[in-house]
Design a protein around this ligand. Structure first.
Ligand code: ADP
Length: 740
């Protein structure tokens, strides 16, 4: 190869090398550039990372701070919790009552010293011990009084108690005589928290209180018994005073003497009412009052009470009205004496505090169970009423309305308290509604069993189909109208005589006329005469508060049209009996007074000399043979030797009381088959505990002291047998005798 060629080749090689260098330089530049970029991005990343690291660092620093705070909070909380727990336990330790916690498996978690102190010296009793073991140790070691149970029975019983939720508290007595009340509660997580509460002091105080109460009650009973005895002792001579004063009033006296005697009598009677109240109240207080339930007629009972109050009501011009639910039976089983007493108090008050208008006794009943009735009796009056502020306390002792309108009324303030106590005793309720100046309504509720009906008249039909009622009192008219309608009668009701006469002219068939004796425009008798002239033969029944007097007054005037008199307020059974009697066309036989051949024999048993004297004087005008027995034994002897037609029997007598004497007489009658002699009880007080159950003892009637001449005489006349001479020839008031 020549040089040129070599040079060419060399140049070519150099050129190639230069190109390559150039390319490599470009590549290097590019690589440098890439590297520079990378280096920038790296440096950027580094900056970024640094920032992140810084943030993380500062966050870490913050977290660290927080952590420190948390830690110190935690430490504080922990020490607070420890302190709270320590305080709690310190507190549990300071209380002298036992405190313990058991876990759901009934193992002891913790207990205070007081709880554990009972088990001092028993190493088993510590946290972890089971409740059963604690019970067993308590029983077996004699730490708790378990008699009469055995240790096993007691533990079982206590364990059973624990298995019920909520756990019943239990009082146990410890070996040292202290009493502990165990109060255990289930906690939410199944633990049981127990408190053993020392109630020794409370129990001792209770025992002391009970003792003090028993002493106070005994003292109160002694006081009441003393009061009861005193009242009883005062009552006997008072009866003598009143009886003698009544007799004195009947002797010839000057006006002045009559006034004195009357005052002695009425003051004596007022005193007796007060004494009777005190006696009753003390008896209730002394818990000596017992109820004697027996079958009785409630309607008749109400009627009898109104009859007693009738004169007082009549004198004031107040109407006494009874509205006895017609669908209600009248016979119930209850204590008639006590029910009568309640009625006497309520109706008596109604009459006392009413100057004009009426007193209405309403009885309704609901059948709550077969054979039982819920009876509601209300006594409504149109009197002075009771201001609202007194209403709440009106049934308390000695509570009386003390204001101008009330001051003039006498009373002990015991009547309503006695009424409430009696109704409470009979498991009833009393209430009052009243508006000052408008009137009051006192009521009571009683649940009584219905008694068997013994009325033989029940089956007889009522024949009159239509009736004319004449009465100006709307309540009376509507009560009567309702009653008659229930028995199927057509009723025409009129307010006056003139209206009645007009009605008779337009109404074709009236079978019976029932008229009040006192009408605004004419007298009932005048009306009867006028009715008889336009409707001859129509029977007329007159009702009046005092039928005996009216009949006596018109004894001479022969009024054949008057079929009979009804006592006002009208007793439903009397009304029905009258109507039924009307239906029987009895042959008109003029009943001749039986001409007896012998004198009626009356025996009176009475231990008190004064009362014997009073009795003798009271019946001295009667044509009777009277023997007096000084006690029950004598009464039984005289019953056998004297064969009396009737007996008056004092209830409380020495040796043998009236009840026992009557029982003995009834036994003799039963044995000998002799007829039943009527026995009239003489009780010191109708509501007296002594008088209760007298009818059950075989006595037929009773009269209360002070003895009333009229009532004694009436009773004798009514009980005179046909073969004896009538003890009194004139004005024999059969109706009253029958009603009494
Ligand atoms: P007393 O009638 O003996 O005072 P009560 O206990 O029977 O005692 O009655 C207490 C009081 O209640 C009476 O004093 C009277 O103020 C009042 N009161 C009772 N019933 C009535 C009544 N129907 N109307 C107005 N006030 C009455």
């Amino acid at each position: 190869m020549n040089l040129a060629e070599k040079l060419v080749m060399e140049r070519r090689a150099r050129l190639a090398a230069e190109r390559m260098l150039d390319q490599k330089q470009r590549e290097l530049f590019a690589a440098n550039q890439k590297l520079a970029l990378h280096a920038r991005s790296l440096s950027d990343q580094i900056v970024e990372q640094r920032q992140v690291v810084q943030v993380v660092r500062s966050e870490a620093a913050a977290l660290k701070g927080e952590n420190t705070r948390f830690q110190s909070d935690l430490e504080r909380a922990h020490s607070a919790a420890v302190m709270a727990e320590r305080r709690l336990w310190d507190s549990f330790e300071t209380i002298k009552d036992g405190f313990a916690v058991f876990d759901p498996n009934l193992n002891l978690v913790a207990a205070n010293r007081s709880y554990l102190s009972l088990f001092d010296g028993l190493p088993e009793v510590r946290p972890g011990v089971g409740y059963q073991t604690i019970l067993r140790l308590a029983a077996e070691e004699g730490l708790i009084e378990i008699a009469p149970l055995s240790a096993e029975e007691w533990c079982l019983d206590m364990l059973k108690r624990w298995l019920v939720n909520p756990i019943e508290s239990r009082v146990v007595q410890l070996y040292n005589g202290e009493y502990v009340k165990l109060i255990d509660r289930r906690a939410r997580d199944g633990d049981t928290v127990c408190l053993a509460y020392n109630i020794t002091e409370t129990i001792m105080r209770e025992a002391e209180l009970q003792e003090a109460q028993a002493t106070a009650e005994a003292a109160n009973r002694a006081k009441s018994a003393f009061l009861a005895n005193m009242s009883h002792e005062i009552r006997t001579p008072m009866n003598g005073v009143v009886g003698m004063a009544e007799l004195l009033c009947e002797t010839p006296l000057t006006e002045e003497q009559k006034l004195y005697a009357e005052t002695i009598r009425s003051s004596g009677e007022a005193l007796l009412v007060i004494i009777n109240d005190v006696l009753d109240y003390s008896k209730i207080e002394a818990q000596k009052l017992v109820l004697y339930p027996e079958p009785f007629d409630l309607e008749r009972c109400i009627h009898e009470v109104t009859m007693l109050l009738q004169p007082r009501a009549h004198a004031k011009g107040i109407e006494l009205l009874i509205d006895f639910d017609i669908f209600l039976p009248t016979r119930f089983v209850g204590d008639p004496g006590r029910i009568r007493q309640v009625l006497t108090n309520l109706i008596g008050n109604a009459v006392k505090f009413t100057e004009k208008g009426h007193v209405l006794i309403r009885v309704v009943g609901f059948e709550m169970a077969p054979g039982m009735r819920d009876l509601r009796v209300t006594v409504e009056d149109t009197g002075i009423g009771i201001p609202g502020k007194y209403l709440e306390h009106i049934f308390g002792e000695f509570n009386q309305v003390e204001d101008q309108s009330n001051r003039k009324f006498e009373g002990t303030g015991l009547g309503l308290a006695i009424t409430k106590q009696l109704i409470d005793l009979m498991e009833g309720e009393v209430w009052v509604d009243s508006e000052e100046g408008a009137g009051s309504s006192f009521g009571f509720k009683l649940s009584l069993p219905v008694a068997e009906d013994t009325d033989e008249m029940e089956a007889a039909p009522i024949l009159p189909r239509s009736a004319l009622i004449v009465d100006d009192q709307i309540i009376n008219r509507s009560v009567l109208e309702r009653q008659l309608k229930t028995y199927g009668l057509d009723v025409v009701a009129c307010r006056s005589g003139a209206e009645a006469l007009a009605a008779l002219g337009t109404t074709p068939a009236i079978d019976v006329v029932l008229t009040d004796c006192q009408l605004p425009d004419m007298d009932g008798i005048v009306l009867a005469v006028r009715i008889a002239s336009i409707a001859p033969g129509v029977p007329i029944l007159l009702f009046a508060p005092n039928p005996g007097e009216i009949r006596a007054a018109m004894a001479e005037a022969d009024l054949a049209c008057i079929a009979g008199f009804l006592q006002k307020p009208i007793l439903r059974s009397d009304l029905v009996r009258r109507l039924k009697a009307l239906a029987v066309p009895a042959p008109v036989v003029v009943e001749a007074a039986p001409v007896g051949v012998r004198t009626m024999r009356v025996l009176a048993a009475e231990d008190n000399r004064t009362n014997q004297l009073v009795f003798r004087k009271m019946v001295k005008e009667l044509d009777i043979e009277l023997l007096i027995a000084n006690n029950g034994v004598e009464a039984v002897e005289l019953y056998q030797s004297f064969c009396p037609d009737m007996i008056f029997m004092d209830i409380s007598m020495p040796e043998m009381d009236g009840r026992d004497a009557t029982r003995a007489i009834r036994a003799i009658e039963a044995e000998s088959g002799s007829p039943r002699v009527p026995v009239v009880a003489l009780t010191a007080h109708a509501m007296d505990g002594d008088a209760d159950g007298i009818l059950a003892a075989g006595l037929d009637f009773y009269l209360t002291k002070p003895l009333r001449k009229a009532l004694i005489c009436e009773r004798i006349v009514a009980l005179c047998p046909p073969d004896a001479r009538k003890p009194r020839s004139s004005d024999v008031d059969e109706d009253l005798a029958e009603a009494g």
